[in-house]
Write a protein that binds this ligand. Structure first.
Ligand SMILES: *Cc1c(COP(=O)(O)O)cnc(C)c1O
Length: 424
């Protein structure tokens, strides 16, 4: 492991540099092609380019899985120049790719290395592992799977783990004289030599890898959060958390069945720890966009799940292990109720332009007015379900023009003149 990378994306960069150094050490200077499936997170191609690689995209099939025929063809085409495959498992489509071991084997046959994007480790811990599927490098998003709070820009941690043959190529650091940023923890599979440390000599490559971040152990202080989490959960607890995360996702999937279409599932109709619901048909039918659903969720006291990633016009729901059943039920009730609101537009009960969805979210200022002139009631706007009445969260701002905001700097502060006047 190297604890240097400060984010998942930095872990990807560090891991690809490890792979690059490995190829260089074998005289394979020409191996610079990174295969990346269509479904990959945007950071994957970005990291590959930063690591000096050329990105070749691999297709996905209609079920969201990697198109193995296309993968095989590309691996053959670029065989002598193949550096690596970057693959997320379970995929960002929320499915455990059933042919993952075969996929990794194809890359190895052609001399490449497999980088497993570990952002979805929440669906693996205790049940399977990157080594199990044949991956050579992976990062762990400690701020996703291992409890470090995230949002608002961090800080996160994205340490990388590598297979034994790549240990000598882990990032070094000027202040500690070994790869990995310091002590090498070589843990045997039987777990008995957990505290055994060994010094690994830096290999004589043409470009020995330097540090990937300023500090040898990254944001070391927040590692204590993950450490405490792991210590308190224990192996059994962590496994249960994984099982819960998968169960919670499939519970939501079952409850929303018949109301929303889930875009991708495995052969048994199940999701992994997250699922993508397709909102595009509502736009075609009645002009309701995924953004309208996201905004309306605020009226039901929910922050919307991920919108339009990895598929535009869809919503990706990842409940994680940490919500109670009643909270999951409240969320499902809200989603089902919103589906009924869409149906009201479908069958002409509600207007296509003037409806609760298009006007969502409803702030206190909007609802508490004497000249209410919308074609739906104020109660429907603010208290759409009984639980909302019991503990209402009021959104503070109504609908904003997101596209305008993305393109223009909008200052909401008072002009400096105002302060000048006050001083006088
Ligand atoms: C979050 C995520 C990343 C990037 O991790 P950061 O810590 O945000 O840099 C990469 N890949 C996938 C699949 C992710 O979900």
């Amino acid at each position: 492991m190297s604890l240097q990378p400060n984010s998942g994306a930095q872990g990807e960069y560090a891991g690809l540099m490890v792979i690059r150094d490995y190829h260089l050490s074998r005289g394979d200077d020409h191996r610079h092609i990174a295969l990346i499936p269509q479904s990959a997170h945007g950071t994957n191609p970005a990291s590959a380019v930063m690591a000096g690689m050329k990105v070749v995209i691999v297709k996905c099939d209609e079920r969201g899985n990697i198109d193995v025929t296309d993968l095989r063809a590309k691996a053959e085409q670029y065989s002598s120049d193949l550096s690596s495959l970057m693959v997320t498992y379970p995929s960002t489509h929320g499915v455990f790719e059933e042919r993952i071991t075969e996929i990794c084997a194809i890359i190895h046959e052609h001399g490449g290395q497999v980088y497993m994007d570990g952002a979805n480790m929440n669906a693996q811990v205790g049940l399977t592992s990157p080594a199990n599927i044949g991956a050579d490098v992976c990062h762990l998003n400690l701020h996703k799977t291992f409890c470090i709070p995230h949002g608002g820009g961090g800080p996160g941690m994205g340490p990388i783990g590598v297979a034994a043959h790549l240990v000598p190529f882990l990032p070094g650091h000027v202040s500690v004289n070994s790869p990995g940023g310091g002590l090498q923890q070589l843990t045997a599979n039987n777990g008995q030599s957990e505290n055994q440390t060994a010094t690994v000599d830096r290999p004589k490559t043409k470009n020995p890898q330097g540090a990937v971040s300023a500090a040898p152990y990254g944001s070391a202080s927040i590692l204590t959060i993950s450490y405490a989490y792991i210590a308190m959960m224990g192996g059994e607890g962590l496994t249960r958390a994984t099982e819960r995360a998968i169960l919670n996702a499939n519970y939501i999937k079952s409850r929303l069945d018949g109301h929303y279409e889930v875009l991708y599932t495995n052969n048994t109709g199940r999701a992994a720890h997250e699922m993508i619901i397709d909102c595009r048909p509502f736009k075609t039918a009645v002009g309701v966009e995924v953004e309208d659903i996201a905004k309306r969720l605020m009226d039901y006291c929910f922050h919307a799940p991920t919108v339009s990633f990895p598929v535009a016009g869809t919503m990706m729901i990842e409940p994680t292990e940490s919500e109670s059943k009643s909270e999951l039920d409240r969320f499902c009730d809200a989603m089902i109720s919103i589906r009924h609101e869409i149906r009201e537009i479908e069958n002409g009960q509600a207007d296509r332009a003037e409806n609760v969805l298009k006007y969502a979210p409803h702030t206190m200022a909007v609802v508490l007015t004497d000249d209410w002139n919308r074609p739906y009631s104020r109660e429907k706007a603010a208290f759409p379900l009984p639980y909302v009445r019991a503990r209402k969260f009021w959104p503070s701002v109504s609908r904003i023009d997101s596209a305008y905001g993305d393109r223009n700097l909008v200052c909401s502060c008072v002009p400096t003149d105002a302060y000048a006047e006050e001083v006088v």
